[in-house]
Design a binder for this molecule. Structure first.
Ligand SMILES: [Fe+2]
Ligand SMILES: [Fe+2]
Length: 306
């Protein structure tokens, strides 16, 4: 039996909570087509992300299951294996809840006449991915998890980014952002712990960035076309301010996210090097009435020093 020693530099165990929450949300009345402050572009873009989530989050759960045998092969200590598996179960439970809620959200979008145009592309890609080594699939999950963690931390850190959302949609997006921030280290630490190498991590991130941009572009334009807003000057203005506006007004996503997104390319990168550790906890304590706690778990991570 081959045992790979944990190789991170100067590992300092840190502990954080990871809670499974059932969000209190009711889609029976639907929501406005332009639920994001009446803005066609922002509504279409966030809807596009939601449309990719059910398949995407299932693939994260599958990638974790796919390396289960490697946990037995590569981790000697039964206690460590058990602790790790408990953490992975909680990660999968959070992602499964997200998938479930976003599927309900997407059902409302379908009733509004929006068409999920990227689902088939993602399905085909996942079939191709399934032939890869399970560590490559896990590297892809780490890549998507970094992307979602950066978007999530930006939403949580700067309330102006979500203040124009319809209150129910804001609750949903910030709940998802909270849990993405909470579990941002889980797939990454697993990849490292199982001996995943840096090259595979970086290649997976490059591929994920390309696919994510293409998927988001195709689905957002499709949503805008169905909303009758694709060629309107107000849509173009919405897009320009969203990417290049002022962060103090909740805009300028290029300025807010480019640096942390590029940080993933750094040698010895670790997700805990970014963001404020108490950010998820602060949001969770202020919004505890938004959900019912199903169970609380914890994460032990290893913060690297570069
Ligand atoms: Fe998620
Ligand atoms: Fe996630």
């Amino acid at each position: 039996m081959k045992t790979i020693k944990y190789t991170m530099n100067v590992p300092q165990p840190t502990s954080a909570s990871m809670t499974i929450r059932a969000l209190q949300v009711d889609f029976s009345q639907g929501f406005d087509r332009r639920w994001f402050g009446g803005d066609a572009f922002r509504s279409a873009y966030f809807n596009a992300m939601s449309m990719t989530f059910p398949l995407g989050e299932q693939s994260f759960i599958d990638s974790i299951k796919g390396v289960d045998h490697l946990i037995d092969e590569r981790i000697e200590s039964p206690a460590e294996r058990a602790a790790l598996r408990a953490q992975l179960t909680d990660f999968s439970a959070q992602e499964a809840t997200h998938r479930h809620i976003h599927a309900q959200y997407n059902t409302v979008l379908a009733k509004q006449g929006f068409e999920n145009a990227v689902e088939k592309r993602i399905e085909k890609r996942l079939v191709r991915y399934s032939k890869e080594h399970p560590m490559n699939l896990l590297a892809a999950t780490c890549a998507y998890e970094h992307y979602t963690a950066i978007l999530s931390e930006t939403l949580l850190k700067n309330p102006a980014t979500s203040s124009a959302m319809h209150p129910m949609m804001r609750r949903l997006w910030l709940w998802h952002a909270l849990e993405e921030t909470e579990h941002k280290v889980v797939a990454f630490d697993l990849y490292k712990r199982l001996g995943g190498h840096e090259k595979g991590r970086i290649v997976a991130y490059l591929l994920a960035m390309v696919f994510m941009q293409i998927d988001a572009f195709l689905q957002t334009t499709n949503n805008l076309r169905r909303d009758g807003a694709l060629w309107k000057p107000s849509t173009l203005w919405g897009m320009l301010t969203f990417y290049f506006g002022r962060p103090s007004k909740g805009n300028g996503w290029i300025w807010m996210t480019t640096r942390p997104l590029l940080a993933y390319f750094k040698r010895d990168f670790h997700p805990n090097q970014l963001g404020k550790a108490d950010l998820p906890q602060a949001y969770a304590s202020e919004h505890a009435l938004d959900w019912r706690v199903v169970r609380s778990g914890s994460i032990t991570s290893y913060q690297q020093t570069a």
